[in-house]
Design a binder for this molecule. Sequence first.
Ligand SMILES: Cc1cc2nc3c(=O)[nH]c(=O)nc-3n(C[C@H](O)[C@H](O)[C@H](O)COP(=O)(O)OP(=O)(O)OC[C@H]3O[C@@H](n4cnc5c(N)ncnc54)[C@H](O)[C@@H]3O)c2cc1C
Length: 543
Amino acid sequence: MSRTMFDTHAVDNQPPPLLPRDLWADDVALREAVAREAGDAFAARLSAYGRLAGDALSRLADEAHRDRPRLRTHDRFGNRIDRVEFNAAYHEVMATAISNGVACLSWHDAGPGAHVARAALSYLHYQAEPGSSCPLTMSHAAVPVLRREPALREWADKAAQPHYDGRDLPMAGKQGITLGMGMTEKQGGSDVRANTTQAALLAADGEYELTGHKWFFSAPMSDAFLVLAQAPAGLSCFLLPRWRPDGSRNALRLLRLKDKLGDWSNASSEVEFEGAWARRIGGEGRGIATILEMVMFTRLDCMLGSAGLMRMALAQAAHHARHRSAFGKRLIAQPLMRNVLADLALESEAATTFALRVAGAVDRAATDPREAAFARIATAIGKYWICKRAPGFANEAQECLGGAGYVEESGLPRLYRQAPLNSIWEGSGNIQCLDVLRALAKEPDTGEALLAELLAGSGIDADFDAVLADAQARLAQGLDETGARALVEQLALLLQAAILLRAGNPLAAAHCRSRLGGGRGATYGTLVSGIDGDAAIARIFAD
Ligand SMILES: Cc1cc2nc3c(=O)[nH]c(=O)nc-3n(C[C@H](O)[C@H](O)[C@H](O)COP(=O)(O)OP(=O)(O)OC[C@H]3O[C@@H](n4cnc5c(N)ncnc54)[C@H](O)[C@@H]3O)c2cc1C
C-alpha cells in the first residue's frame, strides 16, 4: 500500500464498532425473561425491533441527541406559538417507535403477554434513544387513566394507535396522539399536595379553566397532558390539550427549556397556564389517586429503561474488552477485567430479569389479584434499586473502554449523562422507599404477595435463606423511615435472587453469593474467588 506524507502509523488494536447488532438476538437474559413471562407470542416483533434499535434507530439517535430541541415562543410576525422544534431524526425515532408498538402495544394488541412485549420493546428502545422514551412511556401510561373517563374515549383510543403525528394540530385532525404529564411545581414536586395551580369550573360537565404553572413539563409538544390542579374540592386530575375543543390554541405558555445534564433529545420545559381549558378526569379531590395509575406504569418504564441502559453499557464494555489487547493479552482474558465484567454482567442480568418479572405481573394483574399486589410493591422496590444502580454501572462500563469511554463518540458519555435521571423523576429514591413502607403498612396484600414471591425462592441457596430470614425478622420488628433504604435494598436483592433461583438461572448462585452472602466489595470487580464469573461473561452475548 502506498503511503502519503501524512501517514505516520498504522491504526491497530482498536475494536470494530459494536453496532449494527441485533439487540434482541444478543440478549440472552432478555429473551429468557420474555419467554418466562409469557411474552413469546410477540417474539417476531421483538426480534424486528432489536434489529432496528441496534442499527437505524441508534444512528438517528446520534442526530437527535446532537441537535437539541429549540423553543419557539413566537412566529416571525410576533404571534405566540409556544412550540418546540426538533431535529427530523427525533420525529423519525418517534414514528418508528410508535408504529412498532413501543407506546401502545399493550392497548392496541391487548392480550396475554402484551405488557411483557411492550416492556421488552421499551427496554430495547431505551438502549438506542432514551430521550424519546419519555414521551413514549407517558403516552402508554396515560391510556388506562383516560379510559376511565367516557368523555375522553377518543383521546384514549388515539393514544393507543400505532400512528405518530408530530404536527401541532388539534386532536381531531390526527390518527394518533402523544401525551405528557404535569405535576411538579416550584414549591414542591414529591409533595404534590403543595400544588398551587387553580382549576375553576366552567361548566357542570367537567370543564375547567386552569391558572398557574408547572416547573418541569417534559415533551411539551405532546397533544395533551394529564395535570394536577386545585379544584374547589381539592387536588384533581385534568386533561389539558394543546388545542381547545373549539379549534383555538389553548392558553399553555412555554417559558423556557431546561438546560439538562443529559436526556438531550427530549425537551423538558417550564410552563404557565393562563386560564387554559381542561377537562377533569376522576372526581374532584381524587387527583393523586387518579394520576397514580399512570405513574405506576411510568415507574415500571424507569426500571426497564435503567435495565436497558445498563445492558447497553455492558455490551459496549464487553465488546471493547473482546477486541482490545493490553500487556500481550485481550482485555477479556485479563483476570481482573474478567472480574469487573462478570460483576457487571450479574448486575445487568438481575436488573433485566427483575424488570421483566414486574412487567409479567402487570400483564396478569387484571385477572390475578396477587400479581396485581406484587406489581404494586415490586414497582416501587425495583424503581428504587435498579434506577439507583445505573449511574455507578455506567461509569464502570465507561472505564472498561479506558479513555475512549470518556469520549462522546463511544456512546458511553451519553449513557452516563442519562443514567441518573430515572432515579430522580417519577418519584425520587426516598419517595420510592416511603412508598414501600406505605404499601406494607396500608395494603397488607402487597406484603403477602412480596413474601410469597420470596418464599418461592427459598430452600435452594443457603445465602438466600439466611438473608430472607433476616428480612422477615426486620419486617416483624416494624417499619421506620430511617431504615427504609436499607430495607428496600435488601428486599430488592432478595427479589432479584428469588426470581433467578426459581427460574433455574445459571447465575443465581453467583448472584446470591456476591449480593447476599458477602462475596463482593463496594465496587464492581470485587467478586471473591469461588464465584463463577465465567458463566456470567459467557451470557453477555449470545454468540
Ligand atoms: C429532566 C426532568 C424532566 C422532568 N419532567 C417532568 C414532567 O414532565 N412532569 C412532571 O410533573 N415532573 C417532571 N419532572 C420533575 C420530577 O418528577 C421531580 O423533580 C421529582 O419528582 C422530585 O421533585 P422535586 O424536584 O420538587 O424535589 P423535592 O420534592 O423537593 O425532593 C428533593 C429530595 O428530597 C427527597 N424527599 C422528598 N420528600 C421526602 C421525605 N418525606 N423524606 C425523605 N426525603 C424526601 C426526594 O426524594 C428528593 O431526593 C422532571 C424532572 C427532570 C429532572
